[in-house]
Design a protein around this ligand. Structure first.
Ligand code: ZN
Length: 238
């Protein structure tokens, strides 16, 4: 193998390390986003449950006031009824009282049902809140770990980019030029690959022409796969 190719393979392995770090940073970033999304859903759910319980409480208090008002009205009507002398007025108040009594009964029944629901919801909430808060704490802890992992990987990535850059400062020539073009087009790594059995490019696993194989063996000029464009070389038999 000629020197430019050996250098390219070394450069490629340095690039690969940097790329791996970059990929891991991206994966961690995606995981952090998922964790944040999940935590935000839990928080929304928590707020909704709290608001629902508050609404029920407010409703119950409002019904209690309404019940007290109805009972006060009924008491007044009964007092008026006792002091009335006119039969007609007495009967009208009798009907009004019956009407009011029904309303009071309906409201009392409604309040009993509401109270059952309210108590059940409060109990379910009390059981749920503990587990949810623990889940939230775990998510926050996990996010913190990932953030620190990400930070250290970013340092590694920056160092590796510097290594690549230092290594390639003195590289020149057609092999290196082809390599930089392939790297710029973000071709899938590896971009320098050996020709394997059956004259196959080991990057895309399609056959390359015998002419390309012959030229690649000579090692004098860069040869690219006719299918995927990767830079080809022939491994020397040992
Ligand atoms: Zn190929």
């Amino acid at each position: 193998m000629n020197l430019p190719l050996q250098q390219l393979l070394k450069l490629q392995s340095l690039d690969q390390i940097a790329l791996d770090a970059k990929k891991r940073i991206e994966n961690i970033h995606a995981e952090i986003e998922r964790i944040r999304e999940k935590a935000s859903q839990l928080e929304t759910h928590l707020t909704q449950k709290q608001q629902s319980i508050q609404r029920q409480e407010v409703q119950y208090h409002s019904n209690t006031s309404q019940l007290q008002a109805l009972e006060a009205t009924l008491a007044k009507q009964k007092t008026r009824q006792l002091s009335t002398k006119k039969m007609e007025e007495y009967q009208a108040l009798e009907n009004a009282n019956a009407d009011l009594t029904r309303k009071i009964e309906d409201l009392e029944n409604q309040m009993l049902t509401d109270l059952d629901h309210f108590e059940a919801d409060k109990k379910a909430y009390a059981e749920w809140i503990g587990a949810t808060q623990r889940d939230l704490e775990q998510l926050q802890l996990r996010e913190k770990q990932l953030q620190s992992e990400k930070q250290s990987l970013q340092t590694t990535y920056a160092q590796q980019c510097a290594n690549v850059s230092n290594f390639e400062t003195h590289l020149r020539g057609p092999f290196y030029e082809v390599y930089t073009v392939l790297r710029r087009c973000e071709k899938t790594f590896p971009i320098v690959v050996p020709i394997i059995k059956g004259n196959q490019c080991s990057g895309c696993h399609l056959s390359v022409s015998t002419d390309t194989v012959a030229k690649a063996k000579l090692n004098a000029h860069p040869q690219c796969c006719e299918n995927c464009g990767r830079l080809l070389f022939v491994e020397q038999e040992s």
